[in-house]
Design a protein around this ligand. Structure first.
Ligand code: 5GP
Length: 225
């Protein structure tokens, strides 16, 4: 029998061999929890050497399997407050009773050097980042195919109590109501299809003229023959 597998889109090739220098971008993926954002983010990071995750600081307790400095910078409330006062965050928010923030540190230098940063933040954080760094920000929202499917995925994870799932479902509906403040919205019906669309968004955004900072010299050279 013929192979029925549809051709898979090629993974994004690292742009580090590109002749032209470009400025990095801040690629924001938001979705209600359970819509598949974490899977999409992990796959993108694994296949794309030019993409680096932005590691947030949080006051939430570390979960089993998480690594300090990789999943989050786990800090106590006093340290977090100090960072807020010292203006060390691009944005911060309180989610489920804990504080989360995006440290400015490495991001500014990284963008200049052409590194792209992936952000897994909610709509409040997205709005704040967009206000502070509009030209560098690309906002992508991932929707579940239905609320029933979202509930099924949350229950299927087996990590949360019925109470937590109810709270996540309520929060999911609030998150979804902000869909129209994103640049792109993708429905995650099938993870491979969704991932393919997110790859295309990233590839196109990297080619924006304003990000290709090496173009001026290139075109100058071109005109001079
Ligand atoms: P969790 O505790 O499950 O890892 O994350 C809870 C929520 O906090 C998620 O919706 C996530 O998007 C959000 N979050 C994580 N880091 C940040 C951040 O730096 N800023 C903001 N505003 N939200 C964040």
């Amino acid at each position: 029998m013929a192979d029925q597998t549809p051709p898979q889109p090629a993974a994004i090739q690292p742009t580090s061999d590109d002749a032209l220098h470009r400025r990095g971008l801040m690629f924001i993926l938001s979705s209600p929890s359970g819509a598949g954002k974490t899977t999409i983010a992990r796959r993108l990071l694994a296949e794309d050497a030019d993409l680096t995750v932005s590691v947030s600081a949080t006051t939430r307790p570390i979960r089993p399997g998480e690594v300090d400095g990789e999943d989050y910078h786990f800090v106590d409330q006093a340290t977090f407050n100090h960072m807020v006062d010292a203006n060390e965050f691009y944005e911060w928010a309180r989610v489920f009773g804990n504080c989360y923030g995006t440290p400015k540190g490495q991001i500014r230098a990284g963008l200049k050097a052409g590194t792209d940063f992936l952000f897994d933040i909610d709509w409040q954080g997205t709005q704040q980042l967009h206000q502070k760094a509009q030209a560098d920000v690309v906002r992508v929202f991932i929707l579940p195919p239905s609320l029933d499917e979202l509930r099924r995925r949350l229950v299927g994870r087996g990590t949360d109590s019925a109470e937590v799932i109810a709270a996540r479902m309520a929060r999911a509906q609030a998150e979804i109501s902000h869909w129209d403040s994103y640049d792109y919205v993708v429905v995650n019906d099938e993870v491979e299809v969704c991932l393919g669309k997110v790859r295309q968004i990233l590839a196109a955004e990297r080619m924006r003229r304003t990000r290709q900072t090496g173009l001026i010299d290139f075109v100058r050279g071109l005109m001079q023959g």
